[in-house]
Design a protein around this ligand. Structure first.
Ligand code: IFG
Length: 519
């Protein structure tokens, strides 16, 4: 009898070993759970291992690929402890290495890439450097979670053998950070940029001025920051970016293929400026600094010439700080500005933006004016405004408050956030299609998708991460991945496994009960 049990034990354990080996391979492939989901992913059953002998080679003419190779090495070195030298190579013949290549395949577009992982090598190719950069984010997500550790981890750095061809659905994929209600210093903004880059986002809209604070140094109007930047919601000390600090943020973002879009909100949401300069007020009397969270009570004096000189000076200095094509001129909630004054005002401001060679973006109320060719209307609440913008031939940035406002509470128990638009749980944040949400706004009318984060109720990076995650990966997927086949039931499983990556990156995310989290 004992012999039979022994034979049975040997048989069972042998199955265990083989299936364990197979499990480790399938685990590698499942470990991807890539977010945003690529256009096409096939596995080839192989696996590549990054070792201390692995180098990163740039094939052919670098054309900007070298910097991406160095970025990849910087992302892999802390957890692996490997040297990962970066250099040029004439061919990809040597096995065990990572090859990056810019190739003349325009079908990938400016941000697409191809990634081939075999047992011998990893080949990442793209039409432009931005595509290589996005491909690097995919490599990070294909590696074991431990790759995001800031210190050396003892594990085998295996990547499932896959062939990926990937490119974005929408051209503009963004987020907005409100640094006016509460000020966030340069290091917080750089962390925010790193998080955006990980999800293949290419636009960061900074809400630089509002009733509670002016956050960007304007040399021709210094009181804007010395006085207007001196406080914030709740009365804290506020703060602002010097032009040097701001230039550093613009470069940090650009190095990660993210364009910064600065917003000076006007004619409403302007109390910080009105408190800084009496002459900007119709009664020549400066207002008091404001530390509450009401909206719609302030307005530039649209009848005064000095108002337009002020705006010209501000937009001139901002243009010099903005290599990107866009200036955001706000235009929302101007309840203290008569409509007959608002319309010519926003027309004049668009003319100033055009004079400085930039393209204007404005909240959807801007459609009350005649829109300059190229002006983008940002849909946040009023579909009638956005349809008017479409009628004028303008493109729409989709930021529906009841779907994409990350400052909305998840539910009534959320420790931060508001709920005037909606409670937005993770499933609701994911389950919408920008191209069908508003009738009259179709795919061809949409410039992009942006998830704003207003900061009335938050003041620290942890608070930002609580509201931003786990909803933000879903917005990134809505903006990047094909709409066909996208669905919450499939996505929630990927997100559940992705939780360990967010944890490894030190993201303080809200553990929504809607998601089947996997430790
Ligand atoms: N609406 C205001 C924001 C902010 C927001 C908070 C827009 C365009 C409510 N304007 O959204 O300034 O207060 O959820």
């Amino acid at each position: 009898m004992r012999l039979q049990y022994l034979l049975l034990f040997i048989f069972v354990s042998s199955i265990g070993i083989t299936s364990c080996k197979n499990n480790s391979e399938t685990a590698l492939i499942d470990a991807a759970n890539l977010i945003p989901k690529p256009v096409s992913v096939t596995s080839n059953g192989e696996a590549f291992e990054i070792t201390d002998a692995t180098s990163i080679y740039i094939l052919g003419e670098p054309q900007g690929a070298t910097e991406i190779g160095q970025y990849l090495a910087e992302k892999l070195r802390p957890a692996t402890g490997f040297k990962l030298a970066v250099s040029n190579a004439a061919d990809n013949a040597k096995p065990g290495n990572i090859y990056l290549e810019i190739k003349a395949d325009s079908t990938l577009g400016n941000e697409g890439y191809e990634l081939h992982v075999s047992k011998d090598k990893i080949t990442l190719s793209a039409y432009k450097p931005a595509g290589l950069f996005h491909g690097v984010q995919t490599i990070r997500q294909l590696l074991p979670v431990a790759i995001e550790s800031p210190s050396v981890q003892q594990t085998s750095w295996k990547i499932a053998g896959t062939d990926i061809r990937d490119y974005p659905l929408y051209h503009l994929r963004g987020s907005m950070l409100d640094v006016a209600r509460h000020f966030f210093g340069p290091n917080d903004v750089k962390r925010y940029i790193d998080l955006l880059a990980y999800y293949k986002i290419n636009l960061l809209h900074l809400h630089l001025s509002d009733d509670q604070g002016w956050r960007i140094e304007i040399k021709s109007w210094p009181n804007l920051t010395t006085h207007g930047g001196s406080t914030q919601v709740g009365g804290g000390k506020g703060g602002f970016y010097t032009q040097e600090e701001y230039k550093d943020l613009v470069k940090y973002a650009a190095d990660r293929f993210i364009t910064i879009v600065p917003e000076i909100d006007m004619p409403g949401h302007t109390n910080a400026a009105l408190a800084s300069y009496p002459e900007l007020n119709c009664n020549d009397t400066a207002t008091q600094l404001y530390i509450g969270i009401e909206v719609g009570f302030s307005s530039f004096c649209t009848k005064k010439d000095i108002t337009y000189k002020f705006i010209d000076d501000v937009l001139r200095e901002l243009t010099a700080l903005t290599p990107g094509p866009y200036l955001h001129i706000g235009g929302d909630e101007s309840h203290a500005t008569k409509k007959e004054d608002y319309i010519p005002f926003m027309s004049k401001v668009q003319e100033i933006v055009k004079k400085y060679g930039k393209t204007a973006i404005g909240w959807d109320e801007i459609a009350l004016t005649t829109l300059q060719p190229g002006t983008i209307a940002q849909f946040w609440a009023d579909s009638a405004n956005s349809k008017e913008a479409v009628r004028q031939g303008a493109k729409i940035m989709m930021s529906p408050a009841n779907k994409a406002y990350m400052d909305m509470q998840y539910d009534s128990t959320s420790k931060f956030g508001l709920h005037w638009a909606a409670y937005i749980e993770v499933d609701s944040a994911y389950s919408w299609n920008p191209a069908t949400l508003v009738n009259g706004i179709g795919f061809e009318n949409i410039a992009g998708v942006e998830a704003p984060l207003w900061s009335e109720t938050i003041s620290k990076m942890d608070d930002i991460e609580y509201l931003m995650f786990p909803r933000f990966p879903g917005y990134a997927e809505i903006a990047w991945s094909p709409e066909k086949g996208r669905g919450w039931d499939e996505y929630k499983v990927r997100l559940g496994k992705h939780g360990s990556r967010m944890k490894a990156m030190g993201i303080d995310f809200y553990k929504s009960a809607k998601v089947p989290w996997v430790e």
